[in-house]
Design a protein around this ligand. Structure first.
Ligand SMILES: [Ca+2]
Ligand SMILES: [Ca+2]
Length: 878
């Protein structure tokens, strides 16, 4: 039975209509899809070439009735279908021929009679179109039919003696508008000769479809059938634009005994040449092959490479990985395997998406180098990846945590709904994206950015530099300072050419390139022999030599340099032989874990959902002993697992603040946080510090030093001399209830100006309070001297600090003004004053650039102008 490619179950199953009512005559629902096709196209593609001749001059025509059938037409030839020879047939208006009884149903029916369906759908020629039919023994027609069949089925030496042609010409669908917006033209041709019978299905132009459409064959009991359609689909079918005989729009079948044309298979309406191997779905899980007996056989065979659309279904391509290396912060090997040396202490862009409108998601890989250990060259201090609006920072020396949007988070983790994974690859911290970019970092020395070749995008940054094929490469200045793009750490330092790198001298190079050092990677008899032919080791050897020179031959650097090659080989699925020994590059693993050269990624983990795909190749590293599971970077028994919250994993005993510091939660048993209500008390605020949410002193500080230097809340600084009373800081931009006003009176002291008196004004219990601190640290409240400590209306506390020897005024337990009676005035304010302040301490909007403005908001041209504009007299005129 030709059912190997047919669907399971019965033959012409009537699919469920997409919506009620049922497809019965009670009211039919039209489902169709518009397909832009011109009449000229229809003629050129179909009616002119595919279709056998038809028309009023030669054919009988069906009356313009709906859901009708002809009377039985006696077959003058010898037509056999599925082993039964028929003597008569019927033409049904709805796109079919039947052989035992007339069929007028507008929707395909299972069983009951023998049917050849060319386009069984609810045709309605009352609206538009004609249906022509004839049987013929015209010699010219028979000659054409003989030629066609012998072309499609060579070896039969076929000779046609009888032909029956039925043609639906520009027919409309049921309840179509008039004139119709879409019409279909198709044809069925029965051909017989001797004991052989054939059917051609010809599709001229198909513009509409139907919720229950069928094309194919079934015998009277429906135990033998063949179908071209994909069940359940309401999209415009694809089979009319396919073929099984290399003539688009035509299908040929031998039907006395059902046969497809040799050397072909038909799978889901698609002609597949014999021998073709393909994957049937877009995830490439099932591999199918058209055998030389015209059978399609399928089996589960997940594609481990790149699943890509192909001419027929999908194909599985091997993944080619391009790796860019930055080692020792000085040697770069680009995606295209060019290399260059650049000794820098700076932050630079290793790779980023080009702004070329490609479909590549926007991403950035930035590397910050820092000098460590004196003059030995730059080392990688931080790798920062920005992708999907998330910033992930890997820090030197830390292979257990990364900063995610400023929060320290335990590895492994899954971010952005699985689009980004942070885990380990070998001994490296590895970030993987769903678009083929992997970034690995050894926490010390090496960074690698790898793209899989299935993503054939252009990229920018150092990894793409000196790539002659990429026009916009090198568009990133490698010496850009990177400030403003870093986060999760301090801003990038200014790039400087570091010229203190020790050069490799001849004897070192020959030593380090030998088999006892870096040269082992290139040895065809060494542990990496199977990898060498597949992943050229030159770049890795070169980096290794460079690094050993930079570190005076440090053995641990050699191990790190070799490990990078191991990681890259294994990531490509290439096995390597054990290269570590108990004395060379030995790895000691933490408690409850052991080293494996080729360990699986599917380790049991406390945070199961964070494990990356198990399909990934193996890698070397420390793996948990039997009976233990991974908890962050440790291996623990299952009873020692911690807790997950908001995509982050916490170890047992960890305490975290949650929900804007309204809860303090402790992971005190596996999977269960125990939370208590909590809040921050002034002057602490809920904020992120050191990568953790918590109650911290979130106040900003303004310092006035010597009456001449003004360091603003936002970090700007102004220098000027003046002996007036100055507006230091005051609330000016809102009617905040917590308003205050600080002025400082300067006088000449020697030959410089110095603070002589500080005045703090505020409202307390509806009263205006003016608090003056003089040079002698005597405090007056509304003109009356008070002794310290003093509490004013429970709004202000005034104390004398013995350690700092200054007078401290604290308003609302938070805002702090300190004056030491000499030359130092300090003001601290909480975040509630953001954007609320004016004066010489700046506007406290987080931006240092715009602090030096005049009271009218215009930018001061010089510091002196800035200072003069904020004399108390001028501001009081506002
Ligand atoms: Ca109809
Ligand atoms: Ca500012």
């Amino acid at each position: 039975m030709p059912g190997s490619v047919s669907r399971t179950g019965g033959a012409f199953i009537v699919p469920e209509p997409r919506w009620p009512p049922s497809p019965a005559r009670l009211g039919k629902i039209i489902t169709f899809q518009l397909r832009a096709i011109t009449w000229k196209e229809a003629f050129m593609h179909g009616r002119g070439r595919i279709l056998y001749p038809f028309g009023q001059s030669m054919d009988s025509m069906m009356p313009h009735a709906d859901d009708a059938s002809t009377d039985p037409i006696a077959i003058s030839g010898n037509f056999t279908l599925y082993g039964v020879t028929y003597t008569s047939l019927y033409v049904g208006t709805n796109g079919l021929l039947s052989f035992l009884v007339p069929v007028s149903a507008p929707s395909p029916q299972v069983g009951g009679t023998t049917v050849v369906a060319v386009f069984w759908a609810d045709v309605d020629i009352r609206v538009a179109g004609e249906i022509y039919y004839r049987q013929s023994t015209d010699p010219n027609l028979l000659q054409n039919a003989t030629s066609d069949i012998n072309t499609y089925f060579p070896g039969y030496d076929f000779n046609a003696t009888w032909v029956f042609i039925a043609t639906w010409d520009r027919v409309a669908y049921y309840a179509s508008p008039s004139p119709p917006s879409m019409v279909n033209t198709f044809q069925v041709v029965l051909i017989s000769g001797g004991a052989l019978s054939f059917v051609l299905l010809n599709y001229g132009s198909i513009q509409w479809t139907w919720h229950s459409l069928e094309a194919g064959f079934q015998n009277a009991t429906a135990n033998q059938y063949y179908t071209l359609t994909v069940p359940g689909s309401t999209a415009l079918p694809s089979f009319p634009t396919q073929t099984n005989v290399n003539v688009t729009g035509r299908y040929a079948f031998r039907v006395d005994t059902f046969r497809l044309p040799p050397d072909s298979c038909l799978f889901q309406g698609v002609y597949v040449p014999s021998g073709t191997i393909f994957w049937k779905e877009n995830a490439c899980q099932t591999q199918c092959q058209c055998t030389n007996t015209s059978q399609v056989t399928c089996q589960p065979q997940p594609c481990s490479g790149s699943c890509s659309p192909a001419a027929r279904f999908f194909t599985c391509l091997p993944i080619v990985r391009s790796t860019c290396l930055a080692t020792g912060g000085s040697l770069f090997t680009t995606f295209s395997a060019r290399y260059f040396r650049m000794q820098t202490d700076c932050t630079y862009v290793l790779s980023q998406s080009c702004s070329d409108g490609s479909s590549l998601p926007s991403y950035l890989v930035e590397v910050r180098n820092g000098t460590e250990g004196g003059a030995l060259g730059a080392w990688v201090r931080q790798v920062y990846i920005s992708v999907y609006n998330t910033g992930i920072a890997m820090h030197a020396g830390n292979t257990t945590h990364v900063l995610v949007n400023g929060f320290w988070s335990l590895i492994p983790m899954t971010l952005i709904g699985g689009k980004v994974n942070v885990s380990w690859s070998g001994l490296w911290v590895a970030l993987r994206t769903d678009f083929g970019l992997d970034v690995t970092y050894d926490g010390f020395h090496h960074v690698a950015a790898t793209f899989s070749a299935r993503y054939n995008y252009s990229t920018c940054g150092l990894c793409s530099s000196f790539n002659g094929t990429t026009g916009n490469a090198s568009s990133v200045n490698p010496l850009s300072d990177g400030s403003g793009t870093t986060s999760g750490g301090s801003a990038g330092t200014q790039c400087t050419e570091n010229t203190t790198s020790p050069a490799c001298i001849g004897q070192n190079i020959s030593l380090y390139s030998g088999l006892s050092h870096c040269g082992i990677m290139a040895s065809l008899s060494g542990p990496f022999a199977s990898c060498v032919p597949l992943l050229p080791p030159e770049a890795f050897v070169r980096s290794c030599i460079n690094d050993l020179c930079g570190r005076g031959g440090d053995h641990s650097v050699l191990c790190l340099s070799i490990a990078i090659y191991v990681e890259q080989c294994q990531a490509r699925g290439i096995p390597v032989v054990q290269w570590r020994t108990s004395t060379t590059c030995n790895i000691s693993c933490a408690a409850n874990s052991h080293y494996e050269l080729c360990g699986g990624r599917c380790q049991d983990s406390c945070s199961v959902s964070t494990e990356p795909t198990c399909l990934a190749p193996c890698s070397e590293g420390c793996f948990c002993n039997t009976g233990f599971v991974r908890s962050g970077n440790e291996c623990v028994s299952a009873g020692q697992c911690g807790c997950s919250y908001d995509g982050r994993y916490y170890k047992l005993g960890d305490m975290v603040w949650m929900s804007n510091c309204t809860k303090q939660c402790t992971c005190n048993k596996p999977g269960a946080f125990n939370c208590v209500s909590a809040s921050c008390t002034l002057p602490q605020y809920c904020s992120v510090k050191g990568g953790r949410l918590g109650c911290q002193d979130g106040r900003a500080t303004c310092l006035v030093s010597g009456g001449t230097h003004y360091f603003t809340f936002d970090g700007s600084v102004a220098h000027f001399q003046g002996t007036c009373t100055y507006e230091i800081a005051s609330t000016c931009h809102s009617s905040t209830q917590l308003s205050f006003h600080v002025t400082a009176k300067n006088q000449e002291d020697g030959n410089v100006s110095s603070i002589f008196q500080v005045t703090v004004s505020f409202q307390a219990s509806g009263q205006q309070v003016q608090l003056v601190v003089g040079r002698d640290k005597v405090v007056q409240v509304n003109g009356i001297e008070v002794s310290l400590p003093a509490s004013l209306y429970s709004t202000a506390q005034v104390t004398y600090d013995d350690e700092w020897q200054d007078v401290r005024v604290t308003l609302w337990n938070d805002t702090e003004i300190r004056y030491n009676g000499r030359n130092t005035l300090i003001i601290r304010v909480g975040p509630q004053y953001k954007n609320q302040l004016c004066g010489l301490c700046g506007n406290f909007n987080g931006n240092a650039i715009d602090d030096k403005v005049l009271p009218d908001g215009t930018r001061a041209r010089r510091d002196q102008e800035f200072g003069n504009s904020w004399t108390s007299e001028s501001s009081s005129t506002e």
